[in-house]
Write a protein of this length. Structure first.
Length: 362
């Protein structure tokens, strides 16, 4: 079986080339060809010796995910379903904006955390993605989108906010982050790469030491009672513990704040009292809030908060000095908005079956 070089960050690729009897600069050359040149074929790598190209053709491959479907929203958002084998597909979304282009990348086939308002969570869970399958989404999108008229990459920012909990797939995600940040890879700034977590505290502490990038936390509640219900991970790492981990992370973060994501669920977490609780909760934690109007999906059991409630909620946070934005819904006509990614998951958890039984029972 051939070795997929897409699985290797630069240190690992350098080690692999050393085992082949090759010098370290060859790893840098190949990494640039793969990630900056979009090369799938070793014969394209014209500055490599023919003997090395022959050796690589025999022993290795650049195994990128294959495209299953592609969709484009009325607002320019693009979504790709990529084949990761054995009947599974993951979704990757590109969001164009005036000042930046953001790629939302998946880290797992499905998700094991069962946040109750998330369409991805309803699909169940199959497995973690490999480094190649994670970075392959960026590789593929870069190739599909090309460059701007100024010969700059269209993708300027990457967010690990697609399918799955990134920190539950820690090693592969960190390896993919290493490639994103490497000057021989994609050369992205730590400030322009964001990992979003539901609050896996031990892994947050590890990420702070290993690969500190911008941090977003899926908060969604102002007290443990509500968060226990909608984000079950909270029972293991309650809010006090999570806030302490956020403050520890900031010691090495590239940004001096944590972004808290907060999906607005009608009658669940959107009252003025909840906003005031949040002000108290984060008073010692430098942060910004991103309020996300809920994106409905069939049989979710939730409704989107009213515009009035969202406005009042935002005003309370802003009056307390907290920078607060309301996320503009993008790509909802192609199910590419926040919380709508579902992909194609061969569920190993029976969660899909459970929900079908609940829906059938009325």
């Amino acid at each position: 079986m051939k070795t997929n070089l897409l699985n290797y960050d630069l240190p690992a690729l350098t080690g692999h080339f050393a085992q082949m009897g090759e010098k370290p600069f060859r790893a840098k050359q190949v990494m640039r060809w793969i990630h900056q040149g979009g090369a799938e074929n070793f014969d394209e790598m014209s500055d490599l010796a023919k003997t090395l190209r022959a050796k690589l053709n025999e022993q290795a491959e650049v195994g990128v995910p294959a495209l299953m479907t592609a969709q484009q929203s009325r607002d320019g958002t693009r979504k790709w379903l990529l084949d990761v084998g054995t009947g599974n597909g993951v979704e990757t979304v590109f969001i164009p904006e005036a000042e930046r282009g953001t790629l939302c990348i998946s880290s797992q086939v499905g998700c094991a955390l069962e946040c109750t308002f998330c369409s991805t969570g309803r699909q169940g869970f199959n497995r973690n993605l490999s480094t190649a399958e994670i970075i392959g989404q960026l590789w593929w999108a870069n190739k599909a989108l090309g460059v701007t008229p100024k010969n700059e990459r269209v993708i300027s920012n990457v967010v690990m906010m697609g399918m799955g909990e990134p920190l539950a797939n820690y090693d592969n995600v960190v390896s993919a982050l290493s490639i994103m940040l490497d000057d021989h890879g994609y050369g992205l700034s730590r400030r322009r790469v964001t990992v979003s977590t539901s609050g896996m505290v031990p892994q947050m502490d590890r990420l702070k030491e290993d690969m500190p990038v911008a941090l977003a936390v899926s908060l969604h509640a102002s007290n443990d009672k509500v968060r226990d219900e909608i984000v079950p991970l909270n029972k293991k790492y309650p809010l006090k513990t999570l806030m302490e981990a956020c403050r520890r992370y900031l010691a090495k973060a590239p940004r001096d704040f944590v972004t808290f994501e907060y999906v607005m669920l009608d009658g669940v977490n959107d009252h003025a009292a909840h906003a005031r609780e949040l002000v108290e909760l984060v008073k010692d934690t430098p942060c910004k809030f991103n309020l996300i109007p809920f994106n409905p999906f069939p049989h979710s059991g939730y409704e989107r908060s009213s515009n009035k409630n969202i406005h009042v909620f935002k005003e309370i946070l802003m009056e307390a000095g907290l920078v607060t934005t309301v996320r503009k819904t993008r790509g909802d006509d192609i199910d590419a908005a926040c919380g709508q990614l579902a992909g194609q998951v061969r569920d190993k958890t029976r969660r899909q079956q459970k929900w079908q039984e609940i829906i059938a029972a009325g």
